[in-house]
Design a protein around this ligand. Sequence first.
Ligand code: SF4
Length: 469
Amino acid sequence: MSETTTAAAAKNPSANPTTPIVHKKGQVDPASLRHRSLRTDEFWRRIPGWKDVDEATFLHHLWQEKHAITSPARLVEAVQSLASPEFIKDVEAGFHQAPMAVRISPYLLSLIDWSDPYHDPIRRQFLPVGSQLEPDHPMLTLDSLHEQDDAPVPGLTHRYPDKVLFLVLDTCPVYCRFCTRSYAVGLDTDVVDKVSLKATDERWERALQYIAERPDVEDVVVSGGDCYRLKPDQIRFLGERLLAMPHIRRFRFATKGIAVQPMKILTDTAWTDAVTEIVDKGKKLHKDVVIHTHFNHPNEITGITQRACDLLMERGVLVRNQSVFQRGVNDSAEVMTELVRKLSWVNVHPYYVYVHDLVRGTEDLRTSVATGVQVEKRVRGSTAGFNTPLFLVDAPGGGGKRDMHSYEMYDRETGISVYTAPAVKKDQYFCMYDPLSGLSARVQADWQDPAKRTQMVNDALAAAKARVI
Ligand code: SF4
């Protein structure tokens, strides 16, 4: 040991290379590292209808498409005796009341815990059951974010100064019960006739023309529907047209696919190659092209997901995640922390968590803003800041995304929070409403009375206006 090192060790014993290191932070409970355990078993073989399906078959994206569950009959065919006749009856009732068509991939269906489907977080998101449905909030409207009001051409919403949302098609590999775009996405249901947003040349040209005519737009969300449903040539076409516009600096392909059918990244090589090609072309032009995806629960992330995300990472494709905060799915700090850390483990950046929008037929999935505030407080600090999602309210009425904590006022008794969005819609106020089931019986009754309802909203707006400088 040199003289200098000896002197340093005398001053600070922990610098001495021969002294055992004292760990100031206690050893972690192995349970807190659960996010690193990714299942690699053939979990789909527990489903009686798929017990003989080998790995190569299960991983093929076309097999996944062909065996998607779209009706109670197909559900029974797959799960057979795993689900009780009472549960199947309950699902049938749910199908009839759902604003979204039902479609769930074999991948997701196999990840449901069939010993307790009522409480399973994946089942809750995709298979409605009649007995759990709650009446809609009286302030709910079908297109609660007013995407159509802010659309200069069908399927192109221009709300933020430099960004547009381009809904390129209206189909998805699965249909989520809670889809904000239940006004347009998927097939008509017993309760909703959908607005058509088909992938037609004419509609795309109108949207691309609008973007070309707007030098103020720099950012495009290419969404739908779901970009998993685009053909490789369509990805190239859209990508090249957007990259050719000098003012477009960045765009994202939005797909829930990585969460619900990750094997497509591995086996639909033409699709993955097309995305990679556009990302590479973007890099050469110094433009940012990424994928935005949508995981909501840690159980959705498996060894198959990791293989898909590894491939995307090798190809240089960045993936960000946007979750929806849902009751009985991810509305606890434990689940949300595990989700955030599991996403980070497979190199997906947790970007946003949205408080559940006001969507028809999903009151049983909504949470209050207060629950979000509590959970966010406990998630923040559990990992690096760039891997910590921002919790948002997408303000009903078209205010856009607001930091959940930035309400001008929040009356927890009536469940009304009021937001402003000065950079989006100056001088306007936007109300968000907590689910009725968490409010007192008296306030729930007041919400059913049109006069009292108007009074509660007016009082909340007046209080917010009094506070805004
Ligand atoms: S994948 Fe996205 S667009 Fe499609 S149903 Fe789900 S939330 Fe809606």
